[in-house]
Structure formats: C-alpha cells, structure tokens
Design a protein around this ligand. Structure first.
Ligand code: MN
Ligand code: MN
Length: 308
C-alpha cells in the first residue's frame, strides 16, 4: 500500500509565464511511452508480479521502492504543467475568454482547456492517452531489469530534449531534477543486472551521454548527492536495497548509498491560483471558499489551511 504525504520531492518555481505550448511538450514526460506514468506503472506491476520474494528480496525491494519514487515524479510533472498553465492575470471575475483561452487552444493541447481545468492530462505530447501497453512485466527478472535500464535511458533522452525545447523555468527545474534522478535509476538497474549476471550494461549501452554536471538545473541536486542516492520510501520495509545498489557511481566515482527518506524535509506543493476562464475550481471560486469555511467551522477546524 501507499502512504501519501502532501509534499513534493523537490522545490519547483512558482507560476510565472503562461506557456501552453511548453506545457503541451512537457505532457510527454507524463503520458509518453517513456514518461513518468510508464516508469511508475512498469515498476508497480513488476512488483505486483514478483515471485519468490523471500529468497531474492534485494531485487524485489529495489523495484518496489523505485516505483514509490516514480509516484513522486508524476506529481512533479503534474505540478509543473499546472504552473505553466496558470495565468497570473486571470484571477479576477471577468475572464477574457477570447484572448488567452484561444491562445492556449491554438498554441498548445486543446484538451488542457476544453476538457481540463488547465491541468495535466494522462496523455503524451501528441495528446494520445497513456496506455497499459507501455507496461512490460514479463515475470523474468533479468528481462524486466534490462527493460527498466532501457526505459530509464529512453526517459532521460526525452527529458533532455524537453529541457532543450522548453525554456520555461518550471520545465527546466523539473527536467533538471528528473535527469539526475533518472540517472540514479539507470545506475540502479545496471548495478542490479551486474550483481545478478556480471553484465555491465553501462558499458554495453553507454547512452544517453548527458553532462548533468554542466546543466545548471541539475547542479544543486548533484551537489546534494542526489545523483548517487536511492531514497527508501517506507518506514520499515524495502530494507535490502543496499545489497544490490552498491559500489560506486560509474561517472562520478561517488559511493552509491541508500538513505531513509524524510518526508517532513520535502517541500509543500504550491497552491495554484483559480482559473475562472476554465471554471477551475468553479466559475465563482469564492462560493466554494465560503462553503468550505462554513464546513470547517462546523467541524471545529482552523479557518484557512495553507497546508502548513
Ligand atoms: Mn521518473
Ligand atoms: Mn526513474
């Protein structure tokens, strides 16, 4: 089971420029074949289907625990697209539907506006829905791990291309973080395979070559050590990861380590402004606010909860 915290894995910049065209590109990182929904669901289904756990637990723990991190990645992509579709000038009661809504329709993905509340969709950058066909779970551990290495490699290539094609600060912060974390997962699956079979996948497939140390949005995460660290997302389980995630990082030489995650140290998600032109959260948000205030009062709760 999953225990959810109202936290994000990393800090994202607040909404700034309204960028529907950029947001449509970032959708690839959510619902694309190599997007975060794919990594999340691949490792989740592989963990469901994993057999003979007691005897081979380190590999099970690695896959199941990385699945938990991937949930945090889909959250980050969602918040990024929400920020890029937040029009800071669109908070009054008189939505100017003819200008910016039409700009969004023509520049980006119409579903962001027509069927969504300027939020993320379970689609790729073409507007194609994410599909379970993207899940590979063969039951054969070596096949699954090899697939996962390939999936992380493809995912990082995609992130780099999104980084290069979208200069919005939210998209850059997102891809900077995900490039570093995807690198860790690449190393993790490569180490698992090397420990299991002796094959060095990072020598066999030395791609993608991504100079993360030269990418400004990657730097703070590398300086913190996040390029060589698996966080354990459970208070008491998945304790055997270190048996496979060990040795040194193939690019930096830093020791690979497993660290217990501290959710309280992670930042709170932002609270994006209402967007009345798409009735999100309502054509008149203050009506819902009033109702929520009354309900809180009746329940004896504090009046406004900023999530702190
Ligand atoms: Mn990911
Ligand atoms: Mn990953």
């Amino acid at each position: 089971m999953i225990h959810r915290f109202d936290r994000l894995l990393t800090e994202l910049p607040p909404p700034s420029d309204y960028d529907p065209a950029g947001a449509a590109i970032v959708q690839e990182l959510m619902g694309g074949k190599f997007g975060e929904m794919s990594t999340l669901m691949n490792y989740t289904f592989q963990s469901f289907n994993y057999r003979d756990r007691a005897k081979t637990r380190p590999f099970y723990d690695l896959i199941a625990n990385i699945a938990a991190e991937e949930y945090g990645h889909i959250e980050l992509v969602g918040h990024t697209i929400g920020a890029m579709l937040t029009d800071l000038n669109k908070t009054d009661d008189s939505p100017d539907i003819t200008s910016e809504l039409l700009q969004g329709l023509s520049a980006g993905n119409p579903h962001h506006f027509v069927n969504g509340g300027k939020g993320v969709l379970a689609q790729d950058s073409r507007g194609m829905p994410w599909t379970g066909d993207n899940v590979f779970s063969s039951g054969d551990l070596v096949s699954d791990l090899t697939h996962n290495f390939f999936l992380e490699s493809g995912a990082r290539s995609g992130k780099l291309r999104v980084y290069e094609s979208v200069d919005h600060p939210s998209a850059r912060a997102l891809t900077g973080y995900l490039l570093v974390r995807g690198g860790v997962h690449q190393v993790a699956y490569a180490r698992a395979l090397e420990n299991l079979t002796g094959a060095d996948l990072s020598k066999l497939f030395p791609t993608p070559r991504i100079p993360t140390d030269k990418i400004p949005e990657c730097k703070p995460h590398i300086e913190r050590g996040d390029h060589a660290r698996i966080y354990r997302f459970s208070p008491s389980d998945f304790t055997q990861i270190a048996a496979v995630f060990n040795g040194t990082h193939p690019e930096t030489g830093d020791p690979l380590e497993v660290v217990d995650d501290d959710p309280e140290s992670r930042p709170r998600p932002q609270d994006p402004d209402p967007q009345p032109d798409v009735f999100a959260p309502d054509y008149a948000p203050e009506e819902i606010e009033e109702i929520a205030d009354k309900l809180r009062e009746q329940a004896g709760l504090p009046k406004r909860d900023k999530g702190e």
